[in-house]
Ligand binder design. Structure first.
Ligand code: ADP
Ligand code: ZN
Length: 434
């Protein structure tokens, strides 16, 4: 039996969802035009008036917003309500530069938490569950979002925040946590630490994990599911659209349903800005349909992704997004070839290595260099230099097949790659320092 938080809307017909979106967008564009001077100017420059937007079909007439706009408008320039009506501020993790801040009214917080509640229930959560929230609490949206969602479901919430892994494990075991929420890299770390402490996957009461906030591969999912003895579900979101819960995975575990009653999604060509037909790969763009305080229209996420509308066995009708294939600005161009860190992760896990790795890029004699530090597990760890060298050459072969360019592999002893408690830093690009 599929588990829903708001079954009626989550399984509504396509026509019903469209009608709701059309009704909301008209109101939302009017709200933004009247209250957000920054965006009003962009609309005026483009010659678009609120009356021109009568349905979601018309959204393509609106100007885009980018991270650069958010920085320029920092801190209050995109605020849609008086500051006095806001009850919360969050901020991005600053993965790719200066932080941006987002504002929330109580209505916005409620909608956001409902989205997270949908995600928890889609991952089989109920009021009987003990939900361990090991995303960071604070300015980062991860902790607050899943915390609020867990409350809405009526689960018993364990507000651990990230870090202090020994205490995470102690509480997980003593208080019988059944659902773990954190970044996938931290879930992998917790799984590794559990094993080191002598626990088998069956020793914990966890049944599911809700992992997101950073890219992770299918191979990583399998590895976490095995080490924790759970089902691992993906969740997606960004501070600019409220936080996690914009999209979430269901029992099918094959892509994330976008909460279309609150967010209208488009896929565009990142170079031309042209809207691409369904099923095309491109940059994901979101329009918040009913947020009050930080109502971004056509926000370019820079996440590269595909949307599909195939019927899902869970009964949900919301469109599905695939795992983001990295951000457009995550993509590494090495010797002219496009490389995504996720491709490297796939090779490593397929070849039986741990998800503990770091990628280093540099430029020597005008040529880009790509080095991958890969940690050996205790069992793989061998003193025999020849054996290590053979493994390195093998892995270099597999890497060349996947990437189309050569990478230098360095197998390093167990525990030499730093573990992540939040978003993992996988890439060190030294070219930028020169
Ligand atoms: P920052 O941009 O500073 O990292 P956020 O904390 O708001 O700020 O992160 C949002 C970004 O995190 C998204 O745009 C996306 O690139 C990434 N992200 C979030 N969830 C996922 C996920 N499930 N899979 C892959 N990437 C994700
Ligand atoms: Zn589904």
């Amino acid at each position: 039996m599929e588990n829903y938080f708001q079954k009626e809307i989550e399984t509504a017909s396509r026509e019903e969802i469209l009608a709701l979106q059309n009704e909301k967008i008209k109101k939302q564009v009017k709200h933004v035009y009247e209250n957000v001077e920054y965006y009003r100017k962009l609309m005026d420059e483009k010659g678009v008036k609120p009356e021109d937007i009568q349905s979601v079909e018309d959204i393509k007439k609106l100007p885009f917003l980018t991270k650069a706009d958010l920085r320029e408008a920092y801190p209050y320039g995109l605020l849609g309500t008086p500051l006095n009506d806001c009850v919360r501020i969050h901020s991005t993790s600053g993965t790719t530069g200066k932080r941006v801040v987002a504002f929330y009214t109580q209505h916005d917080v409620d909608l956001w938490e409902e989205c997270c509640a949908r995600a928890i229930m889609a991952a089989s959560g109920t009021s009987e569950d003990v939900v361990q929230v090991a995303y960071g609490y604070g300015l980062f949206t991860g902790g607050a979002g899943l915390h609020g969602g867990s409350h809405k479901v009526g689960s018993l919430t364990l507000p651990m925040s990230s870090g202090n892994t020994d205490r995470q494990i102690q509480f997980m075991m003593d208080l019988n946590a059944t659902i773990l929420c954190c970044t996938p890299s931290y879930a992998a770390y917790i799984g590794e630490t559990l094993a080191e402490q002598g626990y088998q996957p069956k020793d914990n009461k966890l049944k599911a994990g809700i992992f997101g906030a950073e890219p992770w591969t299918e191979e990583m999912r399998q590895s976490i599911e095995k080490s924790l003895g759970i089902k691992a579900y993906d969740i997606y979101g960004l501070t600019e659209t409220s936080g996690p819960g914009v999209a979430f995975e269901c029992s099918e575990q094959s892509g994330m349903h976008i909460n279309e009653d609150h967010f209208y999604a488009e896929i565009i060509d990142p170079d031309t800005g042209e809207v691409l037909p369904e099923g095309s790969k491109g940059e994901l763009v979101f329009t918040a349909l009913d947020k009050e305080a930080f109502p971004l229209l056509r926000y370019r996420t820079r996440d590269i992704c595909v949307l599909t509308r195939e019927k899902c066995s869970c009964g949900r009708t919301f469109v599905k997004m695939c795992k983001p294939m990295g951000r457009s600005d995550d993509m590494l161009i090495i010797r002219g070839v496009n490389v995504f860190p996720s491709q490297i992760e796939t090779v490593l896990l397929n070849e039986g290595y741990s998800p503990n790795y770091q990628i280093e890029i540099d430029r020597k004699n005008n040529t880009d260099t790509l080095d991958v530090m890969v940690e050996l597990t205790q069992e793989q760890f061998s003193d025999k230099v020849a054996d290590t060298q053979r493994r390195e050459r093998e892995l270099e072969g597999a890497m060349r097949t996947m990437l189309g360019i050569g990478a230098k592999i360095h197998l390093v002893p167990p525990k030499s790659v730093v573990r992540s408690e939040g978003k993992a830093v996988r890439v060190i690009d030294k070219r930028k320092l020169h």
